[in-house]
Design a protein around this ligand. Sequence first.
Ligand SMILES: *Cc1c(COP(=O)(O)O)cnc(C)c1O
Length: 389
Amino acid sequence: MDIQWSNRIKNLPPYLFAEIDAKKQALLDKGVNVIDLGVGDPDIPTPERIISALNSSSKNPANHQYPSYAGMMSFRNEVASWYGRRFNVQVEGSKNVIILIGSKEGVAHAPLAFINPGDVALVPDPGYPVYGIATTFAGGTPYLMPLLEQNGFMPDLDVIPQDILKKAKIMFLNYPNNPTSAFATDEFFEKAIDFAHKNNILICHDAAYTEVFFDESNKPKSFLEYDGAMDVGLEFHSLSKTFSMTGWRLGHVVGNESAVAAIGKVKTNIDSGAFQAIQEAGIEALRNYEVGLQDRTNIYKKRSELLSDGLKKIGIEVFDPKGTFYVWFKNPNGLKSAEFSNILLEQAGIVMTPGTGFGQFGEGFTRASVTLSDEKLIEAVDRIKNLSI
Ligand SMILES: *Cc1c(COP(=O)(O)O)cnc(C)c1O
């Protein structure tokens, strides 16, 4: 039978990292010693205390059955308590929190909750590819907000045309930012909340990296810390990056009660929640969240400095990372992103993500992840130094 793919997926390019994986595999098959600074996936293992919690919880037969759709009340309350302790944001587990099977799941389902066909979602570019694709899946249209260097990689909300604002229902934001590693300023978040109020646009803030920061005096804030945020927004968060738990698939959405309920309604019709033993391990993760956190971020800090200093020494313009595990830099000699990433792959056996993989306004930039050892990073800089470009 001739299987007919839906137009929805037929016209979609392959998921960015799936495509890069294929190229990497081809090099590995040829015996190349590949250094992969592509996908941002922590190489540091999940803390032992969290693994132990999973071990014991997994033995409880009650956890072998379907979990509740919105997540265990005990975990929702723990998330609420963590928001209180970490951000001084007061929320109620039963009203303002829903558990996600990773924040990607929540982000991907958000447009189904808020977008009707023909509606617009404001999407940062460069940005996490899911925002735009999930909008399209819901029948909406992404409107790209360029994240420009001269604006500190924050969108300029004043230049969005009036006819777009009329159709826009949600706006995705993400700080600390992937891929640029930029932090948002207080002024920007305050302005965004005002903008959301005036234009009736729900803010969906993706906060996956709030705990990966390098300077205690420049600690990322939750978007929900700002006055009026709870009225106009949601925040997606994740245990993946904070606790090296990408494989566990656990996250949460926190914020406006009605908006949280809308995500919950989508989810009850699509999935059946996260494994309860993993949720109980999540309780342990958040309850003692500071244990070992600084040790892990210090590792990323050291690596980020190693890589950015190395690249700067060979004349590359790097944006000093204050957090996340990404180093975002300008391609040497004005090379286009696709050209440079191919040169890196073919001549140096290095995988990095072309800026354009995150959207058209990523052109001219490259993202390197520091989720691998110092030795490999030093070797990568060495190989780049020896490129003939
Ligand atoms: C890693 C990442 C996520 C997804 O995290 P999960 O909780 O593992 O699904 C979401 N947004 C951004 C910007 C990320 O980099």
